[in-house]
Design a protein. Structure first.
Length: 320
């Protein structure tokens, strides 16, 4: 899903927030200490698990020296399973210019509430103690890379934070990367590569090829739904789409386009609610069209997502 700027209302009021000048001074002091202690290039953990108990030590304090990216995820979240490995790989590639803090949403509800997270995956950053919303939902690698580049630029220009110079992944991370794993499905890898590079038609066809031989492949089903969604919203005039949907509530196609924009923008509940209401108000082919689109959007999020469970129940109520 496309990255979007998330509202800062409800975001945690971090007690460690400092003025830019003070942040720059702290960053310079931290670099000086590292140089004096001979820590330059020392192995560090670039990807870490964080919970409410160690949030200050693992996120707030390091954010004076390096931008800390926060990945809110959960085991049942299918888009999280696509996004997290990309974030981890890019974090190691950036070699200390960012750190990645992974937070299990199910086990850290207080942090979810403090950051105002409405759905996962959700990605924030903390720079010099300040929380910055980045994007919500899975996204192509090229867009994630662009977001990280912008984060690094802002961190340096505004706060003088340049990261952990010369850092390398710690041995534990390297060993984990080197451990044998199941061979990657070449067809799935090709589909993901097409999606990451913006070749949406190629991604759609590649995922369909996988599903033709393995209809139960969850990763392919989620990837196909995401690629088709991104393809449908390409080139749409968001303002016009929303005007059409408001002016023509009985126009199924107008509601479908608006629902797609809602979903691509991370407004999952709005997209589901719009289509459930469309199903409720229509009959025949129009009703079936709206129902099928809603099922496609369920695949984008994953069957076990609580928002899908809620919307599926609402759909059942209007159908039966």
């Amino acid at each position: 899903m496309q990255p979007r700027n998330m509202s800062m209302s409800g975001v945690v009021d971090l007690s460690a927030v400092k003025a830019a000048g003070e942040a720059k001074q702290k960053a310079e002091q931290a670099r000086a200490r590292s140089a004096a202690q001979g820590d330059a290039g020392a192995p560090v953990s670039l990807v870490i698990d964080v919970d409410e108990a160690d949030f200050e030590a693992k996120v707030l304090q390091p954010s004076a020296e390096v931008p800390v990216v926060i990945d809110f995820w959960a085991e049942w979240c299918e888009p999280c399973k696509q996004l997290s490995p990309v974030l981890e790989r890019l974090t190691r590639e950036y070699a200390g210019r960012v750190l990645l803090a992974k937070i299990d949403a199910d086990k850290n509800q207080m942090l979810m509430q403090q950051f105002g997270v409405q759905g996962i995956p959700a990605v924030f950053a903390v720079v010099a103690g300040q929380a910055l919303p980045l994007f919500q939902g899975a996204a192509p690698e090229a867009q994630i890379r662009q977001t990280l580049d912008q984060l690094i630029q802002v961190s340096e220009e505004r706060f003088g934070i340049t990261g952990l110079q010369g850092a390398v992944a710690d041995e534990g991370a390297e060993e984990a990367q080197q451990q044998p794993s199941e061979p990657e499905d070449p067809a799935l890898a090709a589909a993901q590569q097409a999606l990451d590079t913006g070749d949406l038609n190629g991604a759609v066809q590649a995922y369909k090829n996988v599903l033709s031989t393995d209809p139960g492949n969850t990763e392919a089903r989620v990837g196909l739904a995401m690629a088709e969604l991104l393809g449908r919203v390409q080139g749409l005039d968001a303002q016009q789409v929303r005007k059409d949907a408001a002016d023509r509530p009985a126009d199924v196609e107008a509601q479908l386009r608006a629902a797609d924009l809602d979903m691509a923008g991370g407004h999952v509940e709005d997209a589901f609610g719009r289509l459930v209401e469309t199903v409720k108000k229509t009959a025949g082919e129009d009703r079936e069209t709206a129902r099928l689109r809603l099922l496609e959007l369920f695949d984008v999020i994953g069957a076990e997502d609580p928002r899908v469970v809620t919307a599926r129940s609402a759909l059942a109520r209007v159908l039966f």
